[in-house]
Each structure stands twice: as C-alpha cells, then as structure tokens.
Ligand binder design. Structure first.
Ligand SMILES: C[S@@+](CC[C@H](N)C(=O)[O-])C[C@H]1O[C@@H](n2cnc3c(N)ncnc32)[C@H](O)[C@@H]1O
Length: 433
C-alpha cells in the first residue's frame, strides 16, 4: 500500500481497503502515518478508527445509496464514500469540505470517472439524513454474526456490550510500583494539568479524563508509568507473586503483563517471556528497557515445550492466550472487519492446546492464570470446563475480588463504557505432589 503524497482521505481509504483485505490497523496505519505531515497524522488516525467503528452502520447506508456495487478495482472509492459518510454523520466537519475533499481524493486515487458518483452520494446523504437501520448489523454497527453470538451468549447484556464496543476507550495507566506510588503519580499529573482518577479495581491504575500523547506524561520515558487497560492490569493481581518464584509469561508480546509482573514483585527468581511472533517479541524488550527491568526472552511456540523449555518447572504461569479480542473492540474497531465466525473454533483449539501444554510445566503447588480479552464463553469458561474434564486434579481457585462475574469456571468482566475492557480470567492450581 503506497499512500505517499496522497491527500488525507485518499490515504485513509487505502488503509481501510487494506483492513478489508485482512490487515489490522496496527499493521497498516503506522506506515501510512509516516507518509503524512505530523500535523495531519491525528486526523488520519481518527478517520480510520472512526470509519472502522461505524463501518457496518455506514456500509448499510451506502449500499442503499448505490444502484449497484462498484467494480472490484474501484473498491477503494467505496471506502472513500464510507469515510465521507462517517464525517457527515459523526464529525463536526463542514459539509462543503467533506464533499470537496472527497471528490479531490477520488481524483488523487486516479478514479476521475467516479467523482460524480462520490459527489452525488454524499450530497444525497447530507440532504436526506441518516436512514433508519435496515438490520441489526447497521443498528448496532457490528457484523451480524457477532450480534447474534453476543445475543445468544449474553441474553441480558448483549445490547450493553454492543453499545460499549462502539464507545472510545479511556486511556489508562499503570504506575510502576518500583518507582513511585499511585498517589505520588496522581500529584505529578495534577501539576502537569492532566485530569485523572485512580482506577476502581487495579491497585496501580490511573484513568485519564482525556487521552494525551505519552510524551506529555510526566517521566514516561524514565519508566514511571505504562499505558495498560485496567482489566489487563488485573491479570497480574491474580498471580499471587512472591520473591523467589520462577514465573512464565507464555504469550508475552508486547510485554505489558511481563513488565507488570516484574514491577509488582521484587526478588523473583526469573521471569521467562515467550512469544511466537518474531515481529512482536522485540516490543517486549523495548518495554523492559524503558522500565529498566530484566526477563529472559524466547521466541517460540509456547505449546512446543520440547523446543524451548529447560526442564525446570514454573511456580507461576500467566497464559494470556491469543483470542478473538472481542472484549477490546472499542480499542481495536477493525476487529469487526477482520474477525470471522469461523475463527472462533480454531482459536478455542489453540487455547486448549496451550493450556494443556503449560499445565505440564507448572510445578506441583504452582498457580496458572488463564486470561483472554474475549467475551465469548467458547474461549473462556468453556475452555476451563473442557480442560478440567480432560485433566485430573485441576483446582479452580475462586479469587476474593470485588469485580467481574463468577462464571462457575472463571471470572468475566464485560467492557464498561466508563472504565475497563472485557476480559476473562481463570485461576488454576496444581495440587502438591
Ligand atoms: C493477547 S496477546 C498477549 C499480550 C501480552 N500478554 C501483553 O500483555 O502485552 C497474545 C500473544 O500470543 C502470541 N502467541 C500466539 N500463539 C502463541 C504460541 N503458540 N506461543 C507463544 N506465543 C503465542 C501472539 O504473538 C501474541 O503476541
């Protein structure tokens, strides 16, 4: 994808086309941002995130406004019109600017034969206003299968979950307990004029009233704080860490939880952080370096213990498995376009396989925390149920906490529009030999 020299909207249309073709915003936004002037970058980010968030609503409308779909080679113009609709429906941008700049972007994309269509569709959209949503995908701005799955899984909560997914997530920090207290950092934020409050459940968490660039956060580069959602912070609190323990973070990149483990407990024997992604593993080292922490990093498939394990069992294992990420859609709205219903069963098989393999390298008397950022039971408490059926002697620990719902085989947090993401946790212990 070459977005070099393109106007903002044209660059955004190319990014969204790449997302539709299976690339995440995390992958394809940074190179596109690099090709824009610094002052234009926040706008590109806002267009890509906003249009992804409202994609299914806007696409429902656009389809009713088009007599026939565009040809495959013109698909980028479909995305350009979605971006225009996004601005008309959800931004303060003046209509004439949306129309003019969309037409100009259409030319820049080398589609001059479609400028009339772009202009006509957006003009009609402005004149006629937003139509009534024709189906649940448009109404809730999620793919139909997700709406149905959530309705089935959460008959009392599905509409709240869908609404929370369409909100923008707050920016939450984790204060580095090795450096300073949460109260001391709240004072530093106040001095810097950044409004913030302690998180309700995570002991080191601070939620900002408005997001700010990390370089505006006091002592960020020196490792005073990290950006981490409150739900993600709670994983570490369940590990019951103590000096001398050998700890494994089995799916570690980009290392948010590896660092939290090391910050929480001084004097751990060793922290081993594994990730199978060669691309993502260096991010763990970058985070460790900024926070001045040490861990043993290995690039490997954690489940293939023969490839990387030294034979010494672990006292604690954090297994933050790859998952649908259905609990963090508000932070990653592109998940709505990327994920398919058919992804869930293969993910569940990987999750169960990882759990089985990690159990074998857990010390008798040791503790494993299984976590996902998913709200689908298939990846959560049903994995724990399946595992406990196939394995003897797995003790389920009921953590004494004031948050989440007891699912019988683990705890579930649903995304909260005012605070944390959606997450699932199960605490398992292996009996002493
Ligand atoms: C949910 S993310 C982990 C986030 C991380 N724990 C954090 O807090 O920053 C899941 C990670 O698992 C990794 N992964 C997926 N399958 C794996 C496997 N079989 N072995 C090791 N890592 C794996 C992915 O590359 C991804 O980085």
């Amino acid at each position: 994808m070459d977005t070099h020299g393109l106007p903002l909207r044209a660059a955004a249309a190319n990014v969204l086309l790449a997302v539709e073709n299976g690339h995440s915003l995390t992958q394809c936004l940074p190179p596109a941002l690099q090709q824009l002037a610094p002052e234009e970058r926040p706008a590109l980010q806002a267009l890509c995130f906003g249009t992804s968030r409202w994609f299914h609503r806007l696409d429902g409308e656009l389809q009713t406004r088009l007599k026939k779909p565009l040809r495959k080679q013109d698909r980028v113009v479909h995305h350009l019109m979605l971006i225009g609709l996004f601005q008309l429906r959800f931004s303060q941008q003046a209509t004439y600017a949306v129309l003019n700049e969309s037409v100009e972007a259409c030319r820049a994309l080398d589609k001059p034969h479609l400028t009339g269509l772009v202009n006509g569709v957006l003009r009609a959209a402005e004149r006629e206003g937003a139509p009534e949503p024709a189906d649940n995908a448009s109404r809730f701005s999620h793919p139909e299968w997700m709406v149905e799955k959530l309705r089935h899984n959460w008959p009392d909560d599905w509409q709240e979950i869908l609404a929370a997914n369409n909100e923008q997530a707050p920016m939450t920090l984790r204060v580095n307990a090795r450096r300073l207290t949460r109260d001391a950092y709240l004072d530093l934020l106040e001095e810097a004029g950044i409004e913030a409050a302690p998180t309700r459940f995570a002991p080191q968490g601070i939620q900002l009233t408005q997001p700010v660039p990390v370089d505006k956060l006091p002592y960020f580069a020196d490792g005073a704080v990290s950006v981490q959602d409150e739900a993600a912070q709670l994983c570490t609190t369940l590990l019951d860490l103590a000096p001398g323990q050998r700890v494994l973070d089995a799916c570690a990149a980009p290392g948010g939880k590896t660092c939290a483990i090391l910050e929480t407990c001084d004097g751990l024997n060793e922290v081993v952080a594994i990730d199978e992604s060669a691309e993502r593993l260096p991010r763990v080292q970058e985070n460790l370096d900024r926070l001045d922490l040490d861990a043993t990093l290995k690039q490997a498939d954690a489940a293939n213990t023969g490839e990387w394990w030294d034979g010494k069992p672990f006292d604690r294992i954090l297994l933050d498995v790859p998952c649908s990420a259905s609990g963090v859609i508000r932070r990653h709205p592109d998940i709505k376009l990327l994920r398919r219903e058919s992804d869930i069963s293969p993910l569940a098989a990987i999750q169960l396989g990882l759990l089985d393999a990690m159990w074998d390298i857990l010390k008798p008397g040791g503790r494993l925390v299984y976590a996902t950022c998913s709200v689908f039971p298939q990846e959560n408490h049903r994995i724990i149920q399946r595992f406990r059926k196939q394995k003897d002697g797995v003790q389920l620990v009921e953590p004494d906490v004031a948050w989440g719902r007891d699912m019988g085989s683990g705890r579930q947090l649903l995304p909260d529009p005012d605070s944390h993401d959606g997450f699932f946790y199960a605490v398992l212990e292996k009996p002493d030999a």
